[in-house]
Design a protein. Sequence first.
Length: 550
Amino acid sequence: WWVKNVHDKPITELQYNMPAKAKHDTFTIPGAKLIAKDADLNYNRYALSKPLMPNDSIQLSFVADYINDGIENEVSFTQLTQNGTFFSDNDIIPSIGYSPDREVGAKNDRKKYKLPVKERMAKLTRNCTNTCNTAYINNSATWVNIRSTISTSANQMAIAPGSLMKQWKAGDRNYYTYELKKPSLNFFSFISAEYLVKRDKINNIDVEVYYDKKHPYNVDRMVNAIKMALKYYTENFGPYYHEQCRIIEFPRYSSFAQAFPGTMPYSEGIGYITDLRDSSAIDMITYVISHEMGHQWWAHQVSGQNMQGSEMFSEGLAQYSAIMVMEKAFGKQQVSRFLKYELDGYLRSRATEREYENPLMRTEHQGYIHYQKASVVFYYLKEMIGEDKLNAALKKIVNKFAYKQPPFPTAYDVMDELKAATPDSLQYLITDMFENITLFNNRVEHATVTPSADGKYNVKVDLVCEKIRSDSLGNERQVPINDYVDVGFFEENKKDSKNLGKVITYQRFKIDKRATTMNFTLDRKPYQVGVDPYHYLIDKVLSDNLKKLD
């Protein structure tokens, strides 16, 4: 490593943490002296022989072994396998500097040792010019050049981020050298297995899906998802800066997908063997790949400061991006089902919050907020201000912050662009959905349909629409409603009861009172009526939004 002092003061000592499973590690710093070593935490401090001055650099080197001592009750290091090895830099490479993640975290343990309450993340602040130098993804470096040489068994392929620069054999080993052509975050991975590769191309970008020969079922769908995501994101958010885009299978010891620069490992268990023969099911493969592709902009181009709210635009905007790919591919019916799925997850999880719920712009390691809630909120904002306006605001964020040196952006930078794109008449959406915890309780109380003499149908609908404001501990109070709410009438869907039938009429109304009676004249007899039928609002009870007509 070459490590540079980017601060305005000399550095007299270096601290580093080796990953927990590293054994027999050695760390070489020219002219430095080891002054503290905590073997339990793999934490070390070195005093430098002379201070490292601002803008000066020093070269470090390290070696570490990963050795299983004896026979374990269960395999604790599943990253290394006979076929399907997948490990990231966090598994093998030291982190520079003090690591708050290794502090005692449990609330009761901290109380036992008379330690102060530990914050989940630093508090969101707007004026942090001198403290916004730490990226949300990695706290020890910003944009780095990565060149990797990796060897593996003769029957396997090894993959690292970047372009394949060289490949050769020596003895019974395969060797590969990869290099990222664009400086990227210090966050990367290494993978090795017996792979088949499906290759394609879009806009001079190599599209590659690496898969086990026993799991070919969804490979074509994966290639298509990559291409759809690349098309939408480059058209709406800006360029993709890598020469390849890879989805790579790893074994189902874990069930997740993860985005590294241009390289996205994807678990066998949630994609490669997923059964999607039911055409009415949510296409989770397209969603997951589009989400990870979204991270190539939201996180890997625009990286937030390590404080509250950064996950809103790393994870939240990756969610929005994925939903838009799904909308273009499958239509709003599937998006509606996905939003209901996300909304269910948010409502269930907020009920089990152990500490306090934050508004979306202040989320801090609260996945149910920056994944599930963000999906609904960003999509609803798109519906209200328009796709073009929202995407133009997001593109401004990318243009302003992509691959830029610190200070990194905060949630305020995102909110400023969203507010600028939102008309004055809709500014309440920002206040309600991002800055506060706002819920709704919308339902169809009664609905009747009467045929008229001219062959049309007169429909009377009684709606109840309640708006609720919650505090961080879940205490709720009703607030006056003055919001746009959708009302739609639908035919029966005899082929697929899980989805709404064909739309007869669909309208958006400004609702300004709790109870509202509406009258409609329709050309066709409706099967059911719905208030907010596509689940754009954070509705506490979803089961009463639709009602069959008498």
